[in-house]
Write a protein that binds this ligand. Structure first.
Ligand SMILES: C[S@@+](CC[C@H](N)C(=O)[O-])C[C@H]1O[C@@H](n2cnc3c(N)ncnc32)[C@H](O)[C@@H]1O
Length: 274
């Protein structure tokens, strides 16, 4: 916990830490963190697959007093990285933690996540987990195992952030996630955005969907809409490009057409054609 550290990391830090993360994920986490605080949800944070800490630091900096952060990765045991997803590096990870946060409350576990039991993880964390990022091995078997571990260690009102579920480069992630959902899942998806799917217990889904719609509804650069995923209602958070902005806003369209006509007039006059 560093005063203002989460904002500093959100504004600047994450841009210079190497890894795999769309910036808006940190805004989603901030909105869900506020919603958890309102609901009185507390617990540790954890990530399977920290690589150099790009997302992990965002979680670590959301810790409240007495909460811990568990970083799980193969790190130096890359011979066990059977699908070559990322390449955890403990020295780079620790350097990034030192630069953007501190190691207060940090617990590092080097090893294969599929060998980690629920009790062992709860022992490392010292409590149940309120934010759990699943971004380790990307095979169906590993994803299924990691989702079950996240489900079993999550506090009531905790949130699992699952990576690459709709990434065409990693079809195993979709297979493992759907297998988890078909296999007595205690969690349901409630939002999809920025290459992540967000899960919580069914009774919290509506609260968190509302929190995200309130946080992102007024933003021009993100559109919110609704859909279903595996039978569950989900909020979609969709990044908006220039063309989407023009489609959505009458004012943007008018301004665009006015400046376009102005530019054509200026070019005509320059070329002596008007
Ligand atoms: C895609 S990267 C994670 C990216 C990271 N979350 C970020 O914010 O940049 C995947 C990570 O998972 C680790 N990994 C792969 N298989 C694993 C396993 N079975 N157990 C634990 N970690 C694993 C890799 O070493 C790598 O660092």
């Amino acid at each position: 916990m560093v005063a203002g550290g989460a904002e500093r990391y959100r504004a600047v830090g994450h841009r210079v830490v190497t890894g795999f993360l769309q910036s808006e994920v940190l805004d989603v986490l901030a909105a869900l963190d506020r919603a958890q605080a309102g609901l009185g949800v507390s617990g540790s944070v954890a990530e399977i697959g920290v690589h150099h800490g790009k997302l992990f630091l965002g979680l670590h900096l959301l810790r409240k007093h007495g909460e811990s952060s568990v970083a799980i990765d193969l790190f130096g045991d890359q011979e066990l990285n059977i699908d070559s997803s990322g390449n955890g590096d403990l020295a780079k990870f620790r350097a990034n933690v030192a630069l953007w946060a501190s190691d207060e409350g940090l617990v590092v576990h080097q090893g294969d996540s599929t060998a980690l039991t629920t009790d062992a993880l709860l022992g490392l964390a010292g409590s149940g987990i309120r934010f759990f990022s699943v971004d380790g091995g990307h095979t169906a078997e590993i994803v299924h195992s990691d989702m079950r571990l996240a489900d079993a260690t999550l506090v009531d009102g905790g949130v699992v952030v699952a990576d690459d579920v709709f990434n065409q480069q990693w079809p195993g992630v979709a297979t493992g996630t759907l297998r988890y959902l078909d296999d007595g899942a205690g969690l349901a998806p409630f939002a999809i955005g920025f290459n992540k799917v967000f899960f919580t217990q069914p009774e919290f889904c509506e609260r968190y969907r509302t929190a995200l719609e309130v946080a992102f509804g007024p933003r021009l650069r993100v559109a919110t809409s609704h859909s279903t995923f595996a039978g569950h209602e989900v909020t979609l958070l969709l990044r908006q490009g220039a063309v989407d902005l023009l489609r959505r806003s009458e004012l943007a369209r008018t301004t665009y057409h006015r400046s376009y006509r102005g530019m054509v007039r200026a070019l005509r006059s320059l070329s002596g054609r008007s």
